[in-house]
Design a protein around this ligand. Structure first.
Ligand SMILES: Cc1ncc(COP(=O)(O)O)c(C=O)c1O
Length: 490
């Protein structure tokens, strides 16, 4: 086993506590001030003992630098996590987000001292309205799933206001992301599952048979999680509207159609964006995110508080008459909105479609190069991602083994075992930010794994062999994470 900078395995695998030596230190503090701080703090709040490790600066730097190499990031390499759109985050976004005028602004600051930030929010609302084809877009939700929760809350409020309380069902295709049914349930809706057809799309006739006066809406991802564009979308939205219901769009896959097609024009009444996917903001490790929700004209009054408007030259907040209320503290994840705003300006409205064009090109290049060895359950044309499975691999090699073997070859694994309608799914989404050279070396790695599975299956079954940790019990690690150092015997 070897990993960067590993010259002395025993020493390097120690925790900071184990490396601690009494009296060793790597700081210098103004002691006079510290002394007076001690006098200010009440005696009962002072700790009598604090078991902190004692280390020199170089020990600390090496320890944390080494730990940082245990993880994978988009800055380190290709991260083709399907459905998650892990694209490169340009450093200019980070620089802008750190500008003191934005980063240092207090959320309770008087409006006339926060006009720059309010203007940015207003313009972001406008840009998202234009991109999605909506009358208004709230920036408040903190993630895609939160956007879903809000969007369905808007649908619930809409029917409540109409006095149409019978509509309790939301139809969801079986290819949908797991957060879709969860968001319905949290809003008090009953989920009705719609099976995909042999092309991996919504079966329009099945949908029509399901529509009645108890259906509040359908939740649709377009393109769906197979990367397949729902080409019957206009017929679908018309049928749903004719039945008196609404269409919710899961916009997590906007990267495939950005600047080319608008969900609002397809008849999708309410849609969430995942700023942290489509608009390049970082989202490894579970956050932070932003899930703005766009709505058509008749749903505007139900948007959550607050909303930014421009009155003359002044930007201010308003609340809509039938608002569903506040859905979080303050005004959304501003840092994320800001990064996404910068990303949009970098492209400009004339070039935004290049994002989708290149994302689709890259995914189809990978598909074309691998489709003769890796199996495709659905043969339909796909856009920004491609879903293979493990059925052609020999010697019992599974999707999980392929994922682990990719780590040894320097790549982050694709999304695995999702969508659920493809057994052993390997869902690859390269995004627009990768070069042909990167795609080629990923393709080579996938081919190598396929061949090695035949000739040396142990190499794949034991992978990863080049990382500090190989195959932890993932369930145990997720359910009972050990996040705290315990001395032996504690
Ligand atoms: C299709 C789809 N919908 C919704 C979500 C939920 O988004 P978030 O992770 O921001 O809550 C995801 C997340 O990966 C997704 O892929």
């Amino acid at each position: 086993m070897s990993y960067p900078g590993m010259t002395d395995l025993k020493l390097k695998e120690q925790t900071v506590f184990e490396r601690s030596r009494t009296g060793r230190k790597g700081y210098s503090l103004p002691f006079e001030e510290l002394d007076s701080a001690e006098k200010i703090l009440p005696e009962e709040l002072m700790r009598k003992e604090l078991d902190l490790p004692e280390l020199s600066e170089i020990d600390v730097v090496r320890h944390y630098t080494r730990l940082s190499t245990y993880n994978f990031s988009i800055d380190l390499g290709f991260y083709p996590l399907g459905s998650c759109t892990m694209k490169y985050n340009p450093k200019i976004n980070e620089k802008m987000a750190r500008l003191n005028g934005f980063a240092g602004l207090h959320p309770e600051a008087p409006l006339d001292t926060a006009q720059g930030t309010l203007r940015l929010m207003y313009e972001m609302q406008q840009m998202l309205n234009e991109i999605g084809g909506y009358a208004a877009t709230t920036l408040n939700p903190s993630a895609g799933a939160h956007g879903e929760y809000v969007g369905l809350g808007i649908i619930r409020s809409y029917f409540k206001k109409k006095g149409d309380t019978k509509r309790k069902k939301i139809i969801i295709p079986d290819s949908a992301h797991g957060t879709n049914p969860a968001s319905c349930t949290l809003n008090g809706f009953d989920v009705v599952l719609l099976e995909s057809n042999a092309e991996g799309k919504v079966c329009v006739d099945c949908l029509k048979n399901m529509l009645d006066d108890e259906v509040a809406g359908i939740m649709l991802t377009n393109p769906n999680t197979l990367g397949v564009f729902e080409s019957d979308i206009l017929e679908i939205t018309k049928a749903v509207h004719d039945a008196g219901a609404l269409v919710y769009g899961d916009g997590a896959n906007m990267n495939a159609i950005l600047g080319i097609a608008r969900p609002g024009d397809m008849g999708i009444d309410v849609l969430h964006y995942n700023l942290h996917k489509t608009f390049s903001t970082p989202h490894g490790g579970g956050g932070p995110g932003a899930g703005p929700v766009g709505v058509c004209e008749k749903l505007v009054d139900f948007l959550p508080d607050p909303y930014v408007v421009k009155e003359g030259d002044f930007y201010k907040f308003v609340n809509f008459p039938d608002t569903m209320g506040r859905i979080r503290s303050f005004y959304g994840n501003m840092g994320i909105t800001l990064r996404a705003f910068v990303y949009l300006l970098e492209y400009g409205s004339d070039h935004i479609s290049e994002i989708a064009e290149n994302a689709v090109l890259n995914a189809n290049y990978i598909k074309a190069c691998l489709k003769d060895i890796y199996h495709l359950k659905y043969k339909s044309d796909t856009l920004h991602e491609v879903v293979f499975d493990d059925s052609t691999l020999e010697n019992g090699i599974t999707t999980m083994d392929i994922a682990k073997a990719l780590i040894d070859r320097g790549f982050h694994p694709p999304t695995v075992y999702f969508p659920l309608i493809v057994q052993g799914a390997i869902m690859i989404e390269p995004t627009e930010t990768e070069s042909k050279e990167t795609l080629d070396s990923f393709i080579e790695a996938m081919k190598d794994i396929f061949e090695t599975a035949k000739t040396d299956p142990e190499n794949i079954l034991k992978a990863p062999l080049n990382t500090a940790v190989s195959r932890p019990d993932e369930t145990l690690a997720a359910r009972k994470p050990v996040l705290k150092y315990c001395k032996e015997g504690d």
